[in-house]
Design a protein around this ligand. Structure first.
Ligand code: PGA
Length: 248
């Protein structure tokens, strides 16, 4: 039985004061939450997250990292730096990174490998754009993105990873994939892993992301292959986020 995981992706939002309010509200409201909960915060706030969340039921992580270990890479942050702040998770291959910063499937696979080598659990984002969905290549796109990681790290590596299916057209748009639309792709991802390793597939957490709100989370999370969510906008509102956590 997989335990659901609800992770907040704060993106480039927050301040010390705003985060303090959000984190203390979150900690105060965790009673009765059965799902695993995490927040993925901007780099400068990792120390704050660590200080506030150590010893609590809420894990923390980052939203991106370099594939490089160290060196002359101005502005980059390595996996070992994230591990220094006890990050449990790091998001890799978010569609905003792929689209706005040109991250390729191969680069994402390198980041995934580096995250695991540093002892963190990568949250690997997969998902098609609207034109790809309209062109009926959703499964081909998701398979290509997933296969790049399997080719580099092997299917067994997915036992130490989380996958997030995030249709790009549903991110930040208020348009959520219907529970059935999402379930179809989640089942496809799990079947593709199962074809290589049934045990890994059975244990793999596959989150859904894209305009998850308190009022649609329960139905999405009720699908057989949806194991929680990666939550953007709604993770910035403590009541909304807690309601989503309670749906998990
Ligand atoms: P959203 O973002 O919940 O604001 O749609 C999800 C994500 O980008 O991870």
């Amino acid at each position: 039985m997989r335990r659901k995981l609800v992770a907040g992706n704060w993106k480039m939002h927050g301040s010390l004061a705003e985060n303090e309010a959000l984190l203390s509200g979150l900690l105060a409201g965790m009673g009765g939450v059965k799902a695993g909960v995490a927040v993925c915060v901007p780099f400068p706030y990792l120390a704050q997250a660590q200080a506030r969340l150590t010893g609590s039921a809420v894990a923390w992580g980052a939203q991106n990292m370099s594939q490089q270990a160290r060196g002359a890479f101005t502005g980059e942050v390595s996996a070992s730096m994230l591990a220094d702040f006890a990050c449990a998770y790091v998001i890799v291959g978010h569609s905003e990174r792929r689209a706005l910063y040109g991250e390729s499937d191969e680069l994402v696979a390198e980041k995934y490998a580096a995250a695991q080598a540093a002892g963190m659990t990568p949250i690997l984002c997969l998902g098609e754009t609207l034109s790809e969905r309209e062109g009926c290549i959703t499964e081909a796109v998701v398979a290509r993105q997933l296969d790049a990681v399997i080719a580099k790290c092997g299917v067994a590596s997915l036992a130490r990873a989380v996958v997030a299916y995030e249709p790009v057209w549903a991110i930040g748009t208020g348009v959520t994939a219907s529970p059935n639309q999402a379930q179809v792709v989640h089942a496809f991802i799990r079947a593709r892993v199962r074809a290589l390793d049934a045990g890994v597939a059975a244990g793999l957490i596959i989150q859904y992301g894209g305009s998850v709100k308190a009022n649609n989370a329960a139905e999405l999370f009720g699908q057989p292959d949806i194991d929680g969510g990666l939550i953007g906008g709604a993770s910035l509102n403590v009541e909304e986020f807690l309601a989503i956590c309670r749906a998990g």
